[in-house]
Design a protein around this ligand. Structure first.
Ligand SMILES: [Zn+2]
Length: 236
């Protein structure tokens, strides 16, 4: 979550908690109704609205132009109000609006495909089963069993990242953790389990309503459950 834009009334951005490749914008969309609703909800200072399919940024605005993911076209009233407050509000109300926007479930046709990185190669079932077992063990031992039981898979597609948490809020099939197969083979199970624990802190963030990031709450929880609070973990 960007910090600087919180203080500025001139521009702001709500990045998506998950990163997916951009898709081309919709060919033809009627934004007039949405603009009417936003203005009725108190949005000011916006003269142009562009709908996008860019899933890495849900909302951004600058110099009177609002860029908005097309998945908000038929958003319920409370989400439209949140968008208006995000653009024109300030302080705590704006922070609450940001949370409402991030929590909004985009309609299925706008939802991302499940990450291909999370598919399990037939040969990797044994590895995946071992990770799944460790997820249950770490959940009981480090989180007091508070986390949901979610799918843990092995990814052959992750080239540089060690692991990934796919949040439930953007994956209709449910949250999932993927661990790089290359990472397991190159660094061993001990390291891979530490990566799993790191991703479980992200799972904890989502399930307890925190933003999914590497901020102070992440670092506190990471320390608490006993993993190194490294923000970036890349394969060498
Ligand atoms: Zn992380």
């Amino acid at each position: 979550m960007p910090q600087a834009s919180e203080r500025s009334q001139a521009s702001g951005t709500v990045p998506s908690p998950v990163h997916h490749p951009a898709q081309p914008p919709p060919a033809s969309v009627d934004t007039a109704r949405l603009v009417q609703r936003l203005v009725a909800a108190g949005m000011q200072g916006i003269s142009a609205v562009h709908l996008t399919r860019n899933r890495s940024t849900l909302v951004s605005f600058r110099a009177g132009t609002l860029r908005l993911h097309a998945g908000f076209l038929r958003a319920p009233d409370d989400v439209v109000r949140a968008l208006a407050v995000f653009v024109s509000g300030r302080g705590a109300a704006r922070a609450a609006a940001r949370r409402t926007i991030v929590a909004h479930h985009l309609p299925p046709d706008a939802a991302p495909r499940p990450p291909r990185a999370a598919r399990v190669h037939p040969d990797d079932h044994v590895m995946a089963a071992r990770l799944q077992q460790e997820h249950a063990r770490l959940n009981a031992e480090r989180f007091g069993g508070a986390l949901r039981s979610i799918r843990v898979s092995v990814s052959r597609r992750m080239k540089t990242r060690l692991g990934h948490y796919a949040p439930a809020r953007s994956h209709p099939a449910g949250a999932e953790i993927a661990i790089s197969r290359r990472h397991i083979r190159r660094h061993g199970w001990r390291e891979a389990f530490d990566t799993l624990l790191h991703e479980m802190v992200h799972q904890w963030q989502e399930e307890t309503g925190h933003p999914i990031d590497h901020g102070p709450a992440f670092r506190r929880k990471a320390k608490d459950v006993g993993t190194t609070p490294r923000a970036k973990r890349l394969l060498r």
